[in-house]
Design a protein around this ligand. Sequence first.
Ligand code: GLN
Length: 393
Amino acid sequence: MLASRWQAFSSSIFSKMSQMAAAHQAVNLAQGFPDFDGPAAIKEAAIQAIRGNFNQYAPSTGLGELRRQLAKRQAEQYGLTYDFAGEVTVFSGATEAIFCCIMGLCGPGDEVLTFEPFFDCYPAATAMAGAVLKTVPLRAPDWSFSVDELRAAVTSRTRVLLLNSPHNPSGKVFNRQELQSLADLAQEKNLIVITDEVYEELFFTPARHLPIARLNGMRDRTITISSTAKTFSLTGWKVGFTFADKKLTELIRIPHQYTVFCSATPLQAGMIAAYQLGQDYYLDFREQYTRRRDTLLGILRKHGFTCKAPEGTYFITADYSQIQDIPDMEFAAWLTEKVGVACLPISSFYLDAENARKNLRLVRFAFCKEVETLEEAGRRLAERLPRALAERT
Ligand code: GLN
């Protein structure tokens, strides 16, 4: 019998849709993972680390040299200075970091405030701490929000404002003005900001990523989370990290010690090589992703989806109401099965999925794929979508 605190949760939508995609040999644009690998130099450094006996426990907080490189990059990139010894921590992926942040900061009855739709681990991490997740909507199609609505949702129990920019699944990149309004609210209400910035390198001109920790007065109340997965196309490595003032860092290192203790040592050693890559890597990375985004946008629009170009992340949210008027889970399953292209129902990123299913006609497609993979999805839509639609009526 599953313990009661887990009973609201079942198999994640990522596992479900990837299994469904495999069962129907569908092009998997559901779960966000690249179908190509990250830089050879990083992989080679991890292989060398294994051969060179870097195979025992790392310090719980992470390999010192990796933390030094992370602190250096945060300073060079954003002008944010952190002491690598006391203010930078390595986790087993951003998901573990989020879990430890909430576990370390929140107790029973405390409240975590976030935007909806949200990444799927936020409710679970909050529930395990005995805390309560409160949400305020980002409204499609431009995913705007009202700061007054957010202010109204703050209570005396609200501890944390949990942000995510660039935002999964919407593709929104919060601009300076929006971040400033959130920073003002956090200071007015004395909230700690936990910010999930794993898509920090995935923004598209004219959008730019700005860490909220950069804004006046925010550094010391913000925990910034990022990871290896998206920036270096190594989602299976599960190396994430945080930057936070010493006092906050102390709180989040405790749960980390008693869950995973430390992240995989040779992969941390491999990641040191990531920070030897020059600016060209990032320029090329964004250029390639711009091409992938534009390819998939063209394909989806051609086949009847309505979609805005995302400002960031590697996801497109697409309105399918011109194709079919059925709930999103049904649509995603139908597209996977009959057309051979898998996507994700947006309702799975809402607390009240039932209600979202009724009101929204949106699915998410991932474009972290070779252009040929995206073109194969295009061919399938061209060949099979008309047939699948004809079969239904
Ligand atoms: N972050 C990825 C996504 O949104 C996958 C996450 C996962 O599989 N848990 O698709």
